[in-house]
Design a protein around this ligand. Sequence first.
Ligand SMILES: NC(=O)c1ccc[n+]([C@@H]2O[C@H](COP(=O)([O-])OP(=O)(O)OC[C@H]3O[C@@H](n4cnc5c(N)ncnc54)[C@H](O)[C@@H]3O)[C@@H](O)[C@H]2O)c1
Length: 327
Amino acid sequence: MTQTILVTGGAGFIGANFVHRWHSRHPQDRILVLDKLTYAANPKHLEGLDRVELIRADIQNGELVAHLLERHAVGKLFHFAAESHVDRSISGPAAFVQTNLLGTFALLEAARTVWAGDSQTRFLHVSTDEVFGSLGDTGYFSETTPYAPNSPYSSSKAGSDHLVRAYHHTYGLNVVTTNCSNNYGPRQHPEKLIPLAISRMVNGEAVPVYGDGQNVRDWLYVEDHCAAIERVMEAGNAGEVYCVGGDNEWKNLDLLHLLADQVDEALGRAAGTSRGLLTFVKDRAGHDRRYAIDASKLKRDLGWTPAEQFPSGLKKTIAWYLAALRK
Ligand SMILES: NC(=O)c1ccc[n+]([C@@H]2O[C@H](COP(=O)([O-])OP(=O)(O)OC[C@H]3O[C@@H](n4cnc5c(N)ncnc54)[C@H](O)[C@@H]3O)[C@@H](O)[C@H]2O)c1
């Protein structure tokens, strides 16, 4: 059976990887990508894919969203679109409230209006573990962790999570939410830690390390996140939340050391060359210390496990960026 799915933010990092995955695994489906094409998007990532239509528009345009849902009989909406960079949310929070909060609201309203009471439809909201705040040296975030967002980014995402939840409880909209840890892999915007570090290392430029470099993040290969999203769409329980993580905690400084060694190896450089570029800079305001996810619900209930190992995933990522930089 052919179907048309709607993917918001499909020209961004995770969205584009998701579109590629869905495209190859569902050869009958049409994929509508609704994306404003902000600085973070790269429509080239979608070039050459048949059955994919890119519609340049703001998710806040609820009328257009309703029209697309109706006209194409869309039954599955994957909501990736967001302003996603914490540093930018500190210098300019307004866009975060507009897209992440009001944009999600507009999508929910459109879905509620068009899908009214149709249990065969589903709205999947892609969110972040940053809504839970910061951990100390021990413990994990899970689906029952109270929300405590610390940045304008995470608080706008937290607000959107609450709206999604409310649309299920109040209107019965068939929603599922995923809260995922840090992603890495191909097609990420070069402002983010791993691609930024790779391009600086390749160019022999200083690589900034925030604060003391001891902040901990749980890294997940983007393909594994996309697999989790697909699994939650097909088998998650309506109204429920699933935490997604890699069981893969790294202090930023340790990660940058591993990355530096792998970049040197890939470029055939003397060991230690790229480590020498690491430069400590002033910490990010309100920088959360540690994130770590307990993904046991997703593993137990839906049988998902991450397939990629960190060192090999990082190698693939470096190879992808080196090829992209050569183009
Ligand atoms: N990157 C991560 O590590 C990570 C981890 C967990 C969750 N998430 C969530 O996953 C989603 C995707 O993240 P990403 O890293 O791919 O982000 P990204 O910044 O790479 O891409 C976001 C995409 O959304 C589009 N967009 C922004 N505002 C829009 C608007 N108003 N209307 C339509 N499109 C708009 C952009 O043009 C871009 O293509 C986000 O919701 C983010 O909160 C990201």
